[in-house]
Design a protein around this ligand. Structure first.
Ligand code: GLC
Length: 412
C-alpha cells in the first residue's frame, strides 16, 4: 500500500496497553458504565491513583522481548481520564498522587527501545460536559433525554485541542488509534476530514486507524482498518482494494485490568494468531492490562516471554514477510519473504506426511528452519492419489508437537 505504512506492514506484532484509573476497581475499562458509577464516585479513583511500581523501561523490555515492534497506549479512554498532562482538562494524571506524565515517560522508554509509538485516543467521552450521552454512555444508557443544553461542537473543539497537543508535545508519533464512531455518533460529528487534515499537518507520516468511520460508510477514513477480537478469513477489501489491517485482541477477556479474569490465551494461541495475521498481510495488536500499581500481570509477562522465545528462533518468518498466492496445506499457513522463499508454519502437530497444493515441480529444496535438516520430497510412492500439481513431503520425525515449527521452502 502506501509507503508510509511500510514499518507497520513489516512489524506485524504490537502491544496494546489499556491503562487508566479503572485499574483500581479492576473490572475492565467499562466499569463506570456497567456499574452505574457517578462522576463524583469515579473521580475518587483519580484522587487515589498512584502506580508506584510503574517502570516504563521494564514494559518496553517485555514488549520488545516478546517480539512486538510497536505500542499503542491509551492516552484517554471512554472515561475521559487523561493519562497525559492535558492542557485542556484537570481530569488527568498530573493531578493524581502519582503526579507525573505517564504518557511522556512511556514514550521515552518505548522509543529508546526501538518501538514505534501509537496513541489510542477515545472519541467517546463520558466525562466532558458537552459530549452528548447515548446508549453507550453511563448517563444515556437508560434512555435519559435531559441533555438539550449540551453542544457537541464544544466537545469537538476539545477533542481537536487534545489531539493537537498529543501530536505536538511528544515528538514523532507513528500511529493514532481513535475509538470509536458508532450508530450513535457519525463521522460527520467529528468532521473527520477536517480532523485528519489537522493530524496530517502536524505529523505527515502518522498512520490513523479507521474508527473515524462507522461501518465504512459513506467513506473509509484512515490508513488501515481494525477488526477486533477476531481473525479474518482474508485480507479486508474496501472499495475493491485490499487494505492494510491489524486485529486487536485481548490476552484474557478484558482490555483494562480485571483482577478476576484468568482466562489467558496460551503462548501457542498467540503465536498462531500472529502467523495467521502475517499470512494475510496483517498485524496482531495484543493487549495487556496493567494493574493499579503499574505492573503488567505476572501471567501476561510469562506468556509474552514464551512468545518471545519463539520469535527469537523464527522472527524472519514474520517480520518483513507478506502473503503469497500459494495455497498452504489445510491447517497450515504460509508467509513469504520473497517470490522464491516461503515459510510453512506447522501450527498443528503433524499426522504423517504433508501434501503441498500447487507446488509439484516447483520446489528446489525444503528444510526445517530451526536446524537446517532436510525434508524429503516423497516422489517414489503414494503419489497416485495426489492431484497432478500436489507435492507430498515428509517432515523429519524430530519435530515437536509442543512447538510451532517452520519449514523453509525454496522455490525454483
Ligand atoms: C472497544 C471497547 C474499548 C476498547 C476497544 C479496543 O471499542 O469499547 O473499551 O478499548 O474496543 O479496540
Amino acid at each position: 500500500m502506501n509507503n508510509k505504512n511500510e514499518w507497520f506492514n513489516n512489524a506485524r506484532f504490537g502491544m496494546f496497553i489499556h491503562w487508566g484509573i479503572y485499574s483500581i476497581p479492576a473490572q475492565g475499562e467499562w466499569v463506570r458504565y456497567h456499574n452505574d458509577i457517578s462522576i463524583e464516585d469515579y473521580d475518587k479513583y483519580a484522587e487515589q491513583f498512584n502506580p508506584v511500581d510503574f517502570d516504563p523501561a521494564e514494559w518496553a523490555d517485555i514488549a520488545w522481548d516478546a517480539g512486538m515492534r510497536y505500542v499503542v497506549f491509551t492516552t484517554k479512554h471512554h472515561d475521559g481520564f487523561c493519562m497525559y498532562d492535558s492542557k485542556h482538562t484537570d481530569f488527568k494524571i498530573t493531578n493524581t498522587p502519582y503526579g507525573k506524565d505517564i504518557t511522556a515517560e512511556l514514550v521515552v522508554a518505548f522509543r529508546a527501545k526501538g518501538l514505534k509509538i501509537g496513541f489510542y485516543h477515545s472519541l467517546v467521552d463520558w466525562r466532558h460536559p458537552h459530549y452528548i450521552p447515548d446508549g453507550e454512555h453511563p448517563d444515556g444508557k437508560n434512555g435519559q433525554t435531559e441533555f438539550l443544553d449540551r453542544d457537541l461542537t464544544i466537545y469537538r473543539d476539545y477533542l481537536y485541542k487534545q489531539v493537537e497537543q498529543l501530536l505536538t508535545d511528544y515528538g514523532k508519533i507513528d500511529l493514532l488509534f481513535f475509538d470509536y464512531t458508532s450508530k450513535y455518533k457519525e463521522s460527520s460529528e467529528w468532521q473527520a476530514e477536517r480532523l485528519l487534515e489537522l493530524i496530517y499537518s502536524l505529523q505527515p507520516e502518522i498512520l490513523v486507524n479507521d474508527r473515524l468511520s462507522y461501518d465504512k460508510t459513506p467513506v473509509f477514513y484512515g490508513d488501515y482498518c481494525t477488526p477486533e477480537i477476531s481473525l479474518p478469513n482474508q485480507q479486508p477489501v474496501i472499495d475493491g482494494k485490499a487494505v492494510d489491517w491489524e486485529t486487536c485482541m485481548t490476552l484474557n477477556n478484558n482490555w483494562g485490568y480485571n483482577a478476576t479474569d484468568q482466562a489467558f490465551k496460551d503462548p501457542n494461541t498467540v503465536i498462531r494468531s500472529v502467523i495467521h495475521c502475517a499470512s494475510m498481510n496483517g498485524n496482531l495488536l495484543l493487549n495487556v492490562g496493567p494493574d493499579a500499581m503499574g505492573k503488567i500481570p505476572a501471567e501476561t509477562v510469562e506468556i509474552l516471554a514464551e512468545v518471545g522465545e519463539w520469535f527469537d528462533k523464527y522472527e524472519q518468518t514474520i517480520y518483513n514477510t507478506h502473503a503469497t498466492k500459494w495455497t498452504p496445506p489445510v491447517g497450515c499457513y504460509y508467509t513469504a519473504a520473497d517470490e522464491k522463499t516461503l515459510y510453512l508454519h506447522l501450527v498443528n502437530p503433524l499426522m504423517g506426511d504433508l501434501i503441498l497444493p500447487q507446488l509439484n515441480d516447483k520446489v528446489k529444496r525444503i528444510t526445517v528452519l530451526a536446524d537446517g535438516s532436510e525434508v524429503t520430497l516423497v516422489t517414489f510412492w503414494g503419489t497416485e492419489l495426489l492431484k497432478a500439481d500436489e507435492l507430498r513431503i515428509r517432515p523429519p520425525k524430530h519435530l515437536s508437537a509442543e512447538t510451532i515449527d517452520v519449514l523453509k521452502i525454496e522455490l525454483k
